[in-house]
Design a protein around this ligand. Structure first.
Ligand code: F6R
Length: 608
């Protein structure tokens, strides 16, 4: 994780470094820091905690340097503290780092035998010492960095600033993303294009093993073999979306409210709305009639989307699916027999476990596809086929609109797959796409339940634990509802398949345990109703998310009801996700937690 940035200019850079870090704070917020050259000498400002602490410090102790680097940290090695905050420095250089140096212990031991003394507990500081050693042996900066890079193991991106070198920044990438941008007489580097978007829209993404030398007026990129290369220019974009919460109190609330619109954008990428026929987004071609089995893999909320995807592909396209959390997929050594497509789901497109799984699948000779929200991301660039979710930048750490757009993409792909395989006839295809086109309207209706859900959240905020239950399409939602609640309100919550309750978790039920049941009146309803009775008989407090028919069935007297509109089954995961997001959101507000930046988390998880 962590976000890095660098600027070489003729004007002071400190404020702009902090500004760029604001757009990278989604990557981590344990500490932040900048380093500039003041009259040629390295000078640092570092602060523990949120970026606002660094902004205050830089306001109080101003920096005038016209070249600098900055960092926002998600702690891996070493507690959040000023000493562990980047940039790390020696007398010769300062550097910022995203990722992990896996062989740092052995390198540290080697440096210690030569008398090196470390100020921090980080893996990063070792790199500062190694490059310093090469500089002192007489190597110029670029060569010194190259020699050291060859000794590092792990996945990382790095940016270096050298004492006395007003004309030079060096960036390097292996595993973690790094972009470079050209402005007028100014050069930039950053963990993504959005960080650089107010400064330049001419951005290049470095490829694996690339090293970039930034000087006034030019950027030179070298590949992993040291040969000079060019990398394609991309437009950075995303600026207007990024910084603005509009009238909302939090990005998360804004992103929940954006769902009707972005669902409609995403649907448009997969369906020709004039004919009602499904299609694959531009330049993608998969013939699902030749796909015998799909291996799905993702992390966190993306994994729950993939779980819904499995239900969709199996039910509507009759394609069997395997499903793994990405951190297990590549280590499970599954024989992958009959698998013709590996499909990955990721909002950021940078999640290290998902990326590693994608590379594993490619190594096994599988065709790969990715449903991703960030089109310039590494996963999007490395997958054979890319299916974009058009959710727009998602800033709140808890995923909301990206999740429902992933479900929309998966539903449309499953229908397309059913058509390719001849199990969905053209008339049925048109019927399905008409149903999917109802999602934005229904999402709007779900958002209108906010008042009722806010009232419910007041009770939820008094609880220490909660269970979420669902069956069929609602089972992944139970998992997602529990994840959303725990990650932003810190209330312990677990999601279960409703039928599993009696195999253990029912022991937890007493009159203090709220049980949130997701049960539209679908083919699983009666079975779920029986499970709800089992909870009620043991005094559990039931909150039922259902539709008018489900509410009228009177499953349990005294159950708290949230009544959603009626809808076809394929839409229930998309629409029912919204009140669950709102429940987590309002409970977190009641608890007074940091909704957009919950403790210990980061938006982009680029470490394994
Ligand atoms: C939860 C959440 C995380 C992410 C997970 C994967 O709200 O956002 O669980 O879903 O870290 O991230 P992506 O989708 O970027 O691969």
């Amino acid at each position: 994780m962590c976000g890095i940035v660098g600027i070489i200019s003729r004007k002071p850079v400190a404020d702009r470094l902090v500004d760029a870090l604001k757009r990278l704070e989604y990557r981590g917020y344990d500490s932040a820091g900048v380093a500039t050259l003041e009259n040629g000498r390295l000078t640092r400002r570092r602060a523990e905690g949120k970026l606002s602490n660094l902004a205050t410090l830089v306001g109080e102790q101003q920096l005038d340097g016209t070249i600098g680097i900055g960092h926002t940290r998600w702690a891996t090695h070493g507690v959040p503290s000023v000493a562990n905050a980047h940039p790390h420095a020696t007398k010769r250089l300062a550097l910022v780092h995203n990722g992990i140096i896996e062989n740092y212990r052995e390198l540290k031991a080697e440096l210690e035998t030569e008398g090196a003394v470390f100020e921090s507990q980080t893996d990063t500081e070792i790199v500062a010492h190694l490059v310093t050693r090469e500089l002192e042996r007489g190597l110029p900066p670029k060569e010194a960095v190259q020699v050291v890079l060859a000794r590092l193991e792990g996945a990382f991106s790095l940016a270096f600033l050298f004492d006395g070198e007003e004309e030079l920044l060096i960036g390097a990438r292996r595993g973690s993303p790094l972009a470079v941008g050209e402005g007028e007489g100014e050069m930039f580097l950053g963990s993504d294009g959005i960080a650089l978007s107010p400064f330049t829209d001419t951005v290049r993404y470095l490829e694996e093993g690339d090293l970039a030398v930034l000087e006034h007026g030019r950027i030179t990129i070298f590949d992993q073999h040291g040969a000079e290369v060019t990398r394609a220019v991309k437009r950075a974009g995303g600026k207007a979306f990024y910084v603005d919460k509009g009238n909302h109190r939090h990005f998360m609330q804004k992103e929940i409210y954006e769902q009707p619109e972005v669902l409609s954008h995403t649907l448009g990428a997969f369906v020709d709305m004039t004919t009602g026929r499904t299609r694959l987004p531009k330049d993608q071609a998969i013939d699902f009639s030749k796909v015998r089995r799909i291996a799905l893999s993702a992390c966190g909320t993306g994994f729950y989307a993939a779980l819904v995807g499995r239900y969709y592909f199996e039910r509507y396209a009759r394609i069997p699916c395997d499903l793994d959390v990405a951190s297990e997929f590549r280590y499970r050594e599954s024989p992958l027999a009959d698998v013709d497509l590996a499909l990955f789901v990721s909002q950021s497109g940078e999640t290290a476990d998902t990326l590693a799984s994608l590379r594993y699948a490619k190594g096994e000779g599988l065709a790969t596809a990715a449903i991703v929200n960030v089109e310039e991301s590494t996963i999007a660039r490395e997958a054979d086929h890319v299916f974009p979710t058009l959710a727009g930048p998602e800033i709140g750490v808890a995923s909301t609109k990206a999740f429902t757009c992933q479900l929309m993409a998966l539903a449309a792909l499953a229908i397309k797959a059913g058509v390719d395989r001849g199990v969905i006839l053209p008339e049925r295809e048109i019927e399905f796409t008409r149903i999917l086109a109802e999602a934005p309207r229904l999402a709007n209706e779900a958002i209108r339940l906010e008042g009722a859900i806010e009232a419910l959240s007041r009770k939820m905020a008094t609880k220490k634990h909660a269970l979420f239950l669902g069956r069929g399409f609602s089972y992944p939602l139970a998992l997602e509802g529990a994840l959303k609640l725990k990650e932003i309100s810190y209330i312990h919550a677990e999601g279960y398949a409703a039928g599993e309750l009696k195999h253990g978790p029912i022991a937890l039920i007493d009159e203090t345990m709220p049980v949130v049941v997701i049960a539209p009146h679908d083919r699983s309803f009666e079975k779920t109703a029986s499970n709800v009775q089992e909870v009620a008989a043991r005094g559990g407090e039931i909150v039922l998310f259902t539709d008018a028919k489900g509410a009228a069935s009177g499953i349990v007297d005294g159950a708290e009801l949230i009544v959603l509109p009626d809808m076809p089954e394929i839409l229930t995961p998309i629409v029912y996700a919204i009140p669950l997001q709102l429940l987590a959101y309002h409970t977190a507000i009641q608890m007074g937690t940091d909704v957009d930046q919950p403790r210990n988390l980061a938006k982009s998880v680029t470490v394994e």
